[in-house]
Design a protein around this ligand. Structure first.
Ligand code: GDP
Ligand code: MG
Length: 878
């Protein structure tokens, strides 16, 4: 195992070894415990374990193996659907996240601006302080001015005397009474007057020097005649010197004083004090602010630094600084864990209030049901099995049989589940969404909906890979199985082979004297359907399924969509309690009030009892399949819980998305060299897939070689992913996502391999093969064209048709198609029509327009891109 020596691939955020964190942070509500941090564990699929053999592989050979291997999914697991649909929501979430990040950045910038403003203000304050001081001295100076005037008077008299003895006076000045000294001691009786211009220049220069040294040249000189002109000179000089001084020290000159007084920029003393106090605090550092308010800071399991700052009402820069002191180099946009955040909160003198789901969600009624309240409820059945073994046909056959016996000619509403009544009167609820991904993802989101799995195996085909998958899923969920051996009407059917095949997978059917019921059926002819239903009813009896119809309802969303006419609609399978019209509820990150309930027959009903599927109208937003619905008592509670969950989900996404810089990643990648590594970069459509893939890949390898996930994330493959991959000579793996155009170009230029997958098993198998140097037979997938949807229109009988322009390559009627929205695969399938003008055609070339419609898929939009691909078997060469 790769974790053995403590080295882990560069997973991001909270990727803990041995555990996959689902990105969906909510849902399970059955056992709500205060302060319990929930861990979601996704059971890794079969085959994801470490390889038993330990071949010696160098990094080069491993990389070469990856390069050579490019097996593609040989078929779309039809139940990847749900994930695809969710991809859009995820994209939207990412957008929100980005917006939030931009907002945070903007905030940081704003803070920086604020800081600058504060600095400028502080400067201004200094100036004003000086002015204040000036005013204080004003009186004094005015006095001096008066004195000076008197002195001038005296000087006048003196001059008369001086004239009488000019020579003596000059000698005195030359003897160095010193203009500077005169300037420094202004109030001393002046040295003999009658200076020459030279003398005056020298004196002024000295005065200027004196002033620059910080010695103020206050007071008038009395030595020169013509005091008016002199005054002007002084003023000019004073202004220059004064400005100089302002920049240096707070010394004063008379002229400054006069200027200040005349400028009129008066401030109240209180304002001055406030400013001074602010500056003092600033000098002491933000963390030690006096009289600051201690806040209760709500602290989830992870939090973005800027959000933490926000909640403390501190500046993000200060928080970053505090973290730095603690040895954590993070930016305002990065996410830190609750423990670190708590230290920061303490540091700032606030109180950390840890919040967990339980705190907010406590209002959800979790009281245990009393045994006497419990009544038996219908079983909920999911049909699973390999593709084309007849799951859909069987569901249809069961439903049709029921419709005919029920309401003659009645149209069955498709709401994602339906109920049938067996001949013996037992009611059964079938989930209408067959497939493994739906089953597991619902389970991963906390909704264990299924009571019984019907495993469909075609008698003419026997046990196939997805049959094994289904078996493992059922076992992992501890859900009992019933084997339906289908297509027994076919001449080449061999039910016995199915039974013996199943033995290898530890499924021992009754016919082989085991425990698992097996029923031979034909979805086509209807043969054995009754037996199947009775077998299910029997199994349900054994399970003794019970629920309390009298309590507040709890249910699971099995389908949800935004309906144009009706708003958000969710099909909810009530699991306990009774859901009634008017009930207020929270479901995942949404809440609402039941406006209407519609059953599987399209009828409006007032309530839905346990195991009854109903469409619920009255939601404020569209929840996701697998979300759990809980009825609560007030709208405020519902809203609070929904808000909390939304925030928690956001925090979690941010935590997962907090980017490590490329440099950091490379440094780490270079750090350990002793084990041969197969580096990979993984991008996926949703967080859950990304984590599941990383988890599975971490298990690949042994002591000599292991897979190293350099980076994983959600969304389109970008240039930065390519850069990282190039540096480590790693392939980039896209799971239901595509590279955007710049990334595609970069990859071509740099020779970085991009590999697309839509089935986790294929991905893991390929990597496993590459890591062990073994290459298996491969099916290669070639992209043969791309088309862009210019507009869509509804055509009766056909459904939604896309008016497209083939932008690259060729569109081929027989080829496989994928629908990409924002580089995320949201559907994979085949074309129902390919039209050029009015004609059905086999091919449409690049540059031409055409009409396309998907088989069994309608949600196409303008701007979506259709990827056209073909698969070919390739002989493996070594
Ligand atoms: P899914 O992929 O498991 O949902 O399989 P489908 O229900 O789409 O069936 C695949 C193909 O098998 C279709 O062409 C069906 O008509 C055919 N099929 C399903 N059940 C039977 C059956 O009982 N007998 C025969 N002969 N064909 C069947
Ligand atoms: Mg099907």
């Amino acid at each position: 195992m790769s974790d053995k020596d403590g080295k882990k691939p560069l997973g991001l955020g909270g990727g803990r070894p041995g555990q996959v964190k689902q990105s969906f942070s909510h849902g399970r509500t059955k056992s709500v415990v205060v302060e319990t941090k929930r861990k979601r564990v996704v059971v890794p699929k079969a085959g994801a374990g470490a390889t038993g053999d330990k071949p010696r592989v160098t990094p080069e050979s491993a990389a070469a193996a990856v390069a050579a291997s490019s097996r593609r999914p040989a078929g779309l697991s039809e139940a990847e659907m749900e994930r695809r649909l969710r991809a859009l929501a995820a994209a939207k979430a990412r957008e929100e996240e980005e917006t939030a990040q931009r907002a945070a950045e903007e905030k940081a910038r704003e803070e920086e601006r604020e800081r600058r403003r504060a600095e400028i203000e502080a400067k201004e304050r200094e100036d004003r302080e000086r002015e204040e001081a000036l005013r204080a001295k004003e009186e004094e100076d005015a006095r001096r001015t008066r004195e000076a005037a008197e002195a001038a008077e005296a000087e006048k008299a003196a001059r008369a005397a001086a004239r009488r003895d000019e020579t003596t006076a000059r000698a005195g000045a030359a003897a160095g009474a010193g203009a500077g000294a005169a300037a420094r001691t202004p109030r001393k009786p002046a040295s003999p007057a009658g200076q020459t211009p030279q003398d005056r220049a020298a004196a002024e220069a000295a005065a200027a020097r004196a002033e620059t040294k910080g010695v103020s040249a206050t007071g008038p000189r009395r030595s020169s005649p013509g005091s008016d002109r002199d005054r002007n000179d002084r003023d000019a000089r004073g202004k220059t010197a004064g400005r100089d001084e302002n920049r240096r020290a707070g010394k004063l000159s008379l002229n400054q004083a006069l200027e200040g007084g005349e400028g009129g920029r008066q401030r109240s003393l209180a304002a001055m004090k406030r400013k001074q106090e602010k500056a003092r605090q600033k000098a002491m550092g933000g963390a030690m602010r006096a009289e600051k308010q201690a806040r209760d800071v709500q602290l989830p399991e992870t939090i973005v630094v800027s959000e933490l700052a926000n909640r403390m009402a501190e500046r993000a820069a200060d928080v970053v600084k505090a973290l730095m002191k603690m040895g954590m180099m993070v930016t305002a946009n990065q996410t830190i864990d609750a423990d670190t955040a708590e230290l920061v909160i303490d540091e700032f003198g606030h109180n950390a209030v840890r919040v967990s789901d339980a705190d907010v969600e406590q209002v959800i009624d979790t009281v245990e049901d009393k045994t006497e309240d419990l009544q038996s409820r219908p079983p909920i059945i999911t049909i699973m099995g390999h593709v084309d073994h007849g799951k859909t046909s069987l569901l249809d056959a069961i439903r049709k049989a029921n419709v005919v016996s029920g309401e003659a000619g009645g149209i069955t509403q498709h709401i994602g589940a339906y109920q049938v009544t067996t001949e013996s009167g037992a009611v059964l609820t079938f989930l209408d969404t067959p497939g493994h991904a739906a089953f597991t993802s619902m389970r991963a989101r906390g909704a264990q909906v299924t009571d019984i799995v019907v495993l469909v195996v075609a008698a003419d085909d026997a046990v196939m890979p997805q049959t094994v998958e289904a078996i493992n899923h059922a076992k992992a969920a501890k859900v009992p199985m019933i084997v339906a051996i289908n297509k027994v009407d076919k001449p080449q059917a061999d039910p016995q082979k199915v039974r013996t095949d199943l033995l290898q997978h530890e499924v021992v059917v009754e016919a082989m004297s085991g425990e698992v019921q097996d029923v031979e059926v034909s979805a086509k002819t209807g043969l054995g359907l009754d037996n199947l239903l009775e077998a299910i009813a029997l199994q349900a009896e054994i399970l003794e399924l019970k629920a309390n119809p009298k309590r507040a309802a709890q249910g699971a969303v099995i389908e949800a969509q935004l309906d144009v006419g009706r708003g958000p609609v969710a099909t909810v399978l009530v699991q306990n309690g009774t859901l009634k019209r008017g009930d207020i509820f929270v479901v995942g990150e949404q809440w609402g009030k039941v406006r209407a309930l519609i059953n599987d027959k399209g009828e409006r009903v007032d309530e839905a009892a346990p195991s009854v599927p109903v469409e619920v109208l009255g939601l404020n937003g569209t929840p996701e399949a697998g979300d759990v619905l809980n009825v609560v008592d007030t709208e405020a509670h519902a809203r609070e819980i929904a808000d909390y969950r939304m925030q928690a989900a956001k925090d979690k996404r941010a935590a997962a998305g907090a980017a490590i810089t490329l440099d950091q990643m490379l440094a780490k990648a270079k750090a350990d060299e002793n084990v041969a590594e197969l580096p990979v970069v993984v991008k996926a459509d949703v967080q859950g897939s990304a984590e599941a893939i990383v988890q599975a890949l971490e298990k690949v390898g042994n002591d000599e070689v292991r897979v190293r996930v350099l980076h994983y994330g959600v969304g389109a493959i970008t240039e930065s992913d390519i850069g990282l991959a190039e540096a480590s000579r790693a392939p980039v793996i896209g799971f239901n996502v595509r590279a955007n155009a710049p990334a595609r170009n970069a990859a071509n230029q740099k020779g970085v391999e991009i590999r697309y997958y839509s089935i986790i098993y294929d991905l893991v198998d390929d990597i496993k093969a590459a890591a062990s140097g073994l290459l298996s037979a491969e099916v290669r997938e070639n992209f043969i064209g791309y088309a862009e949807i210019k507009e869509t229109f509804r055509v009766s009988g056909v459904g939604t048709v896309a008016g497209c322009l083939v932008t690259e390559g060729v569109a081929r009627r027989s080829a496989g198609v994928r629908l990409l929205r924002d580089n995320v695969v949201i559907h994979e399938g085949t074309l129902k029509t390919l039209k050029r003008f009015k004609d059905e055609v086999k091919e449409v070339q690049s540059g031409q327009e055409c009409g396309m419609a998907f088989e069994n898929y309608d949600d196409i939009r303008k701007g979506d891109v259709i990827e056209i691909f073909e698969r070919e078997e390739v002989e493996r060469k070594l």
